[in-house]
Design a protein around this ligand. Structure first.
Ligand SMILES: C=CC1=C(C)c2cc3[nH]c(cc4nc(cc5[nH]c(cc1n2)c(C)c5CCC(=O)O)C(CCC(=O)O)=C4C)c(C)c3C=C
Ligand SMILES: [Fe+2]
Length: 465
């Protein structure tokens, strides 16, 4: 329940400064930027492939926007007010984030929530009834290793505190632009849960909502998962299903974000004695390869485009250092996106790279994977492998140029807000019941044989510890 303020009614009873305003939006091949809630189910694990979905969304023409072929859009009218009757709007901004355990005691239940998410462990439909038992098993096995990591960074995740600070900063940045909104924080796996934020949005009688996931790039496992939760709650609720909502799906291509990242990199390079010789090492959180190759997750494409845009910006500033991208934080026995950060660090050391600047690029606040994995594990590995000078770019946090850009993204998204439909997308209920019972029966037998196999369990243990 993280309404940053309860004073949400605009002083003039309407959204100010939006009418007949033009926005120039940088074009992107792989991110439709915003969409209204109607198509949120597109990213559910059983829906269309991500790439098909993106195409279908890109062809849509959201309310109040006209798309040019260059990808720029112009706001041509406001659904917020009419010339004769100004509707009193109460605008909400919902920030979505992952959430993290606040104490060591929270670690195992946090991991349970994470692994119980069907967008994190994607079981075939037949085996989905095993999701929670499997989550219990994996969370218990994984907890000791995770606890060590959280203990090393002070006994808990800083994510809630930082996200709250970002919420306050976005609210202030919008106020500076004469737009008064309530900002809510909804976490996927820990407090304050997305469900709590939505309850508060209802209590506050918000009339128009912008959803801003704090992940620059879209992945089924992050933004997609949170949107799936939102959709399922909104679909079941009379008020929420009529609430105009606009979702900013990804924003890695926004010039404000790219400039802010380039600023941080430029600043950190100056700390090295020979800045030009430093390798810029982008390290992104990985996802299993199957997300990208089978489920159509646009994450890898967006990540590569993001790195390209940051490097272009640096080049325009006269900085043309060598750079590379690798993926960190893999979990479990499946293949993840390659190259892996730990392997690349060793290779670079062997090849004679002496100075390296690590740039975390998939997240905008400090968390266990920057503070422990990069700053401790990877730094140690890099120095051991022959790299002599190590640096790390801080996460964006509340950097003012970045926060201002997110505030602009909210303003630009607002006119596209649209109510979601109440159509059910569940296929389960459409399935022939005999067919369903047969699948459940044989599925259960197969799943238990697999799960109880000692070989399987020991494989899991090796990967998780
Ligand atoms: C863009 C960011 C992230 C993606 C993509 C992502 C996918 C993903 N993560 C796991 C498993 C774990 N993630 C954990 C922590 C964690 N993950 C992200 C971001 C992304 N995850 C963040 C910012 C954090 C840290 C939160 C914090 O507490 O500070 C963890 C717990 C920590 C640990 O034990 O390592 C797990 C587990 C999977 C399986 C996955 C894709 C399928
Ligand atoms: Fe993760």
């Amino acid at each position: 329940m993280e309404a940053v303020s309860t004073s949400s009614i605009l002083p003039h009873g309407k959204v100010s400064g939006l009418n007949h305003r033009s926005f120039n939006q940088k074009s992107s091949m792989s991110c439709p930027q915003t969409r209204s809630f109607k198509s949120a189910h597109c990213y559910s694990s059983e829906g269309l492939k991500g790439s098909q979905l993106l195409n279908s969304i890109e062809k849509r023409n959201p309310v109040g926007q006209t798309f040019s072929s260059a990808g720029a859009y112009t706001y041509v009218g406001s659904a917020v007010e009419s010339p004769t009757h100004a509707v009193e709007e109460k605008v909400g901004v919902l920030l979505l984030n992952l959430g993290g355990p606040e104490t060591l005691h929270d670690v195992q239940p946090f991991l349970f929530n994470l692994f119980a998410d069907p967008d994190i462990i994607r079981l075939p439909r037949l085996f989905q009834f095993l999701q929670r038992p499997l989550a219990q098993l994996i969370s218990v096995i994984r907890a000791p290793k995770s606890k060590e990591g959280y203990a090393a960074i002070g006994g808990g995740s800083p994510l809630r505190k930082i996200t709250d600070e970002q919420a306050h900063a976005i609210k202030a940045a919008l106020e500076a632009k004469n737009m008064h909104v309530n900002v809510y924080v909804g976490m996927r796996y820990w407090y304050p849960f997305t469900e709590e934020a939505i309850e508060q949005i209802k209590k506050d009688k918000i009339t128009r909502l912008v959803v801003l996931p704090l992940y620059p790039q879209f992945s089924i496992s992050t933004t997609g998962s949170s949107i799936r939760v939102l959709e399922s709650i909104f679909r079941e609720d009379a008020y929420l299903s009529r609430l105009p909502v606009s979702i900013i799906q990804c924003w890695y291509q926004r010039q404000g974000y790219i400039n802010s990242m380039a600023d941080l990199i430029e600043e950190e390079l100056q700390i090295f004695s020979k800045p030009k010789e430093v390798m810029i090492f982008f390290s992104a959180h990985g996802v299993p390869v199957s997300y990208v190759e089978d489920a159509g997750d646009p994450y890898r494409d967006q990540m590569e485009e993001c790195i390209y845009l940051i490097m272009q910006e640096l080049k325009a500033r006269g900085i043309s250092n060598k750079h590379t991208l690798a993926y960190q934080s893999r979990v479990g026995p499946v293949q993840w996106l390659k190259p892996y950060t730990d392997e690349v660090l060793v290779e670079l050391g062997q090849k004679g790279v002496k100075s390296l600047l690590a740039v975390p690029v998939s997240f905008v606040s400090e968390h266990i994977e920057t503070l422990e994995e990069i700053d401790m594990e990877y730094k140690h590995l890099a120095l051991e492998s022959g790299i002599e000078n190590w640096g790390r770019v801080p996460a964006l946090g509340c950097t003012s140029s970045f926060i201002t850009d997110l505030a602009d993204a909210v303003i630009e998204a607002l006119p596209a807000a649209k109510a979601m439909t109440t159509q059910s997308t569940s296929k389960e209920f459409n399935m022939d019941p005999v067919n369903y019972a047969i699948k459940m029966f044989f599925g259960s037998i197969l799943a238990f044989v697999l799960l109880l196999s000692p070989k399987m369990i020991s494989k899991f243990k090796n990967q998780l510890f």
